[in-house]
Design a binder for this molecule. Structure first.
Ligand code: ASP
Ligand code: MG
Length: 260
């Protein structure tokens, strides 16, 4: 038995069909007696759509209300995924940031997670349940809803891996791993099996959008191994790690670029 965080990005929850597909991945993991905490993003494009609504009112839309608005996409996918799992006969339950709570500090739009209450969710996991948690959301000690930065669901997954002390942190996305360079620009790009945190940070800051840089930073600080894999094809992905054991003495790992 292992305790796992499985995080699914926007395209993986982008339609009901896809939600059903990942619910089956989760069901399969759960049936192997693993304890599963799922973290979800909003449906692809949703957060931008919500931001656009606010901009149509004002470019200086109130920051507190903006966080209430833009974190709502994750509420929708949490409920849809939980409902789908229940439909498939899996015991599942969603929690919103404030119900847990996921405590954050810092500015609206760019908070960071400082603590998560684990008791209730751990009890649910022990009873065989799958816990579904929205990424990107938090709440301050003054009970204001916060968001933790764009792409922040990755950081939620890493924080959960750390605070719940899970055995792994799997990031399911629409690519099957990190490539030596952008495979859309260079067809001979190869998938990287293992990459160091610092290398991944370089790649991320130079435009590889596979993972949010803050989350890689957090993973490095807390020595959490991350596995990036595809929710569409079942292939081995890329391991992001600090462990030196598994590396050959290669000189170059990958090349990233920015446009213009
Ligand atoms: N939905 C948020 C965003 O689009 C968080 C995430 O997807 O990780 O930035
Ligand atoms: Mg993302």
């Amino acid at each position: 038995m292992a305790k796992k965080v499985l995080k699914f990005g926007g395209t993986s929850v982008g339609s009901i069909e896809r939600i059903k597909h990942i619910a089956n991945i989760i069901k399969n993991e759960n049936s192997q007696n693993n304890q599963i905490i799922v973290v979800v993003s909003a449906m692809a494009g949703k957060t931008n759509e919500l931001l656009d609504y606010s901009k149509s009112i004002s470019d200086k839309f109130d920051k507190r209300e903006l966080d209430v608005l833009i974190t709502s996409g994750e509420q929708v996918t949490s409920a849809l995924l939980s409902g789908m799992l229940i439909e498939l006969g899996v015991k599942a339950k969603s929690w919103m940031n404030w119900q847990i709570p996921i405590l954050t500090e810092g500015d609206h739009g760019n908070s960071r997670i400082v603590n998560i209450n684990i008791q209730e969710i751990n009890n649910f996991l022990s009873s065989g349940g799958v816990a579904v948690i929205p990424g990107f959301q938090g709440i301050t000690k003054n009970k204001d809803i916060t968001s933790i930065g764009r792409g922040g669901s990755d950081a939620t997954a890493v924080a959960i891996a750390k605070i719940f002390n899970t055995d792994c942190c799997d990031i399911y996305t629409d690519v099957d791993g990190v490539y030596t360079t952008d495979p859309r620009q260079y067809k001979k790009a190869k998938k990287i099996k293992k990459i160091f945190y610092d290398e991944m940070l370089e790649m991320a800051s130079l435009g590889s959008k596979v993972m949010q840089p803050t989350s890689v930073q957090d993973a490095k600080l807390n020595k959490i191994d991350i596995k990036v894999k595809s929710s569409f094809v079942s292939k081995s992905g890329t391991l992001i790690t600090g462990s030196t054991k598994i590396f050959s003495n290669q000189i170059i790992t990958g090349i990233s670029s920015t446009k213009n």
